[in-house]
Design a protein around this ligand. Structure first.
Ligand code: NAG
Ligand code: NAG
Ligand code: NAG
Ligand code: NAG
Length: 610
């Protein structure tokens, strides 16, 4: 009961004397390996933080739950094509006579409900004819029926205008580097290593850096992408005026694009006086997704989370969008943000189905020579947040270690040797989305990456007092070795730098803190008046967090189950004169329909509706 004695020592004030007296006892608690140790991957190795983990822990083998390769089962009878500035619909394996109607939206109306007057055409058995529907930026919905008036095809297509002619490339302003963010939700670094062998092999032949020490700073995609895209925490954003990277890049002379594989984007349903990033982009896939969601979608999985329109999954529609933008990316500086979440959030094994498509996507970008002038971030927001594997200790840890890989052209290293050397050396440092934001700000003004500038900035950073290093450090600078989770603004719940000691769940202090945690949840949802009051059913797991010798702080990391509804929650609580929460509260099992009565995503996870 060492942890408990130490906690009590704090409370009784004889801390220093006893604490150091008890040090040798720590060794008794060292865990001994049981069988041959599985292959270890070192994530972070700095003076303040060491994180490593087994590549394939026992829990991994237990959690495997193969999902069948899910395919859309409706035929893709029509494909879209843009040629010579005009948009065409082309028959694709039509095996009967069809009558088709279509509804168009053009550039100005993409986000509204307004259609242009509808059109129709006939498509004969075996037809390959091309139906011209217009020019430029367009969304078209098509519905085709057979002779007995049965719907055989219902789908949405999207056309992009060709990029504007550039007068002369030679006179273009100083060189600029494009940026592509390719996000896959809920993929931890380790998950990537296990399930993306093709992408990994592809990367081996390209200059890249894997950031093993990339940590999440918030619970969900929103709480991690707000720091990345605005430099503010999601809490700050409620009161402060944030600037999104889309605005920064725009001001720097870039074109911008936003694409997600779902109609309700990451920033939907969130409060604040800001404009959602997608609305700031020159190209936005969301209206297409909304059109599909409203008219043509169907689901192919049991949980109804993987959607198709005709023969394509929403994920494939997102992939098409990326490729459609290639001519624009080739033309001039371009900032694009793509995020996929269908399937990966829900199914542990789903990531393995994505490997090939992402490898092919990267290859297309490489073949189009887009990557020669692009910093590409292949990234995630956090690991898997619920399910069997998440219940294991390693699964819990991986949740806080999202994937982050940066790809860049070889010439960048010659042009900016110091900046790029720093970037590569940060591979095993503790880093966050705040740092990424700072990094991309540097990319906008490449001049900042010249050796002379980097040297000055590096010296400024290293001369900072230890406790005063800024929250955000550009990855083109050396991230200070003594950075801790606190200095990086990583809440305790997401920090695995510290030693965790498992403690008995029936301990009085653990129970007290657990009840406090459940009461905190009740307080959060009380104002809504629609949620049942939760009670502590049992404490599932408790860990004592060691803050090191100099600290007078003690924290417990708890996992509790509540009734009604059997919700499982995790949080860290700090023990001092009073008990207080030091992290957001995380829901670690699915809540499905329990929470239908609330829509606010910050509170929904807690609510068991009356
Ligand atoms: C961690 O870093 C230290 C010092 O830089 C080094 O001696 C040690 O071998 C590293 N450990 C691992 C597992 O890489
Ligand atoms: C039209 O489609 C329906 C349902 O798919 C089918 O039962 C019917 O035979 C088709 N009619 C013709 C004329 O092919
Ligand atoms: C086909 O069905 C639609 C409604 O499903 C109806 O409005 C339309 O009149 C029908 N057309 C024919 C030729 O029967
Ligand atoms: C890539 O870009 C560099 C620098 O702009 C240029 O020198 C090189 O020729 C390019 N390579 C290809 C294959 O286009």
């Amino acid at each position: 009961m060492l942890w408990r004695m130490r906690a009590l020592m704090l409370l009784t004030g004889v801390f220093c004397m006893l604490y150091f007296g008890l040090q040798p006892l720590m060794e008794l608690y060292e865990e001994k390996p049981v069988v041959a140790a599985p292959e270890e991957v070192v994530f972070i190795n700095t003076s303040e933080c060491h994180v490593s983990g087994p590549r394939k822990p026992a829990a991994y083998f237990m959690a495997i739950e193969p999902v069948c390769r899910l395919r859309c089962h409706m035929p893709q009878l029509i494909i879209a094509k843009t040629q010579g500035g005009s948009n065409f619909l082309v028959g694709n394996g039509v095996a009967e006579d069809l009558q088709c109607r279509y509804w168009l939206k053009s550039a100005g109306d993409l986000r509204s409900r307004k259609y242009l007057p509808d059109g129709h055409f006939d498509m004969r058995n075996g037809a390959m004819e091309e139906i011209r529907v217009g020019t430029g930026h367009q969304i078209v919905r098509i519905k085709c029926s057979n002779q007995s008036n049965e719907t055989r095809y219902h789908d949405v297509h999207y056309f992009l205008p060709p990029p504007p002619e550039v007068q002369s490339k030679a006179t273009s302003s100083p060189e600029k580097m494009s940026v592509i963010v390719l996000g896959i939700d809920s993929v931890s670094h380790m998950h990537f290593m296990r399930y993306f062998p093709l992408v990994k092999a592809f990367l081996e032949n390209q200059p890249h850096t894997k950031f093993f020490g990339y940590s999440r700073v918030g619970l969900d995609a929103y709480a991690n992408l707000v720091p990345f895209l605005s430099g503010l925490s999601s809490r700050d954003l409620q009161s402060k005026e944030g600037t999104w990277l889309f605005q920064n890049f725009k001001a720097g002379g870039y074109s911008t694009a936003y694409g997600e594989d779902r109609p309700r984007d990451i920033f939907a349903d969130r409060k604040g006086g800001w404009t959602p990033p997608r609305q700031l982009a020159d190209f936005d896939l969301t209206p297409v997704m909304v059109e599909m969601e409203t008219h043509t979608r169907y689901s192919i999985d049991l949980k109804e989370r993987i959607l198709c329109s005709a023969g394509r999954t929403f994920q494939e529609v997102l992939g098409d969008f990326v490729l459609k933008l290639v001519p624009h990316m080739q033309q001039g500086p371009f900032f694009s943000f793509f995020w996929q979440s269908q399937g990966v959030e829900e199914y542990y094994e789903y990531a393995s189905h994505l490997d090939l498509s992402y490898m092919l996507l990267l290859k297309s970008l490489l073949d189009a020579n887009v990557l020669n002038n692009t910093l590409l971030l292949l990234m995630s927001d956090h690991g898997l947040r619920a399910g069997n594997y998440r219940s294991s200790f390693q699964g819990m840890r991986e949740e806080s270690q999202p994937l982050l890989v940066a790809m860049y052209p070889e010439w960048l290293k010659q042009q900016y040797p110091m900046a790029m050397e720093n970037l590569e050396k940060n591979a095993h440092s503790l880093i966050t989305p705040y740092d990424l934001h700072e990094t991309l700000r540097d990319v906008i003004s490449l001049g900042e990456m010249q050796d002379a500038h980097i040297e000055v900035r590096r010296n400024n950073l290293l001369s900072c007092p230890k406790k005063k290093i800024p929250r955000a450090v550009s990855l083109f600078l050396p991230v200070p070795d003594h950075r801790t989770c606190d200095l990086a603004h990583i809440p305790s719940l997401f920090c695995f730098c510290r030693e965790l000691t498992e403690v008995p769940t029936d301990d009085g202090l653990v129970l007290r803190c657990s009840r406090f945690l459940v009461e905190s949840i009740n307080k959060l949802v009380k104002p809504f008046g629609r949620c049942r009051r939760l009670r502590l059913k049992m404490v599932l797991l408790a860990h004592f967090l060691d803050f090191g010798e100099e600290s007078f702080v003690y924290e417990l990391r708890l996992r509790v189950r509540t009734v009604p509804g059997n919700g499982e929650f995790e949080a860290t609580v700090r023990l001092s004169d009073a008990i207080l929460l030091t992290s957001p509260i995380s829901r670690v099992n699915h809540y499905l329909a329990q929470s239908h009565c609330l829509s606010d995503p910050d509170f929904k996870i807690f609510c068991f509706c009356m």
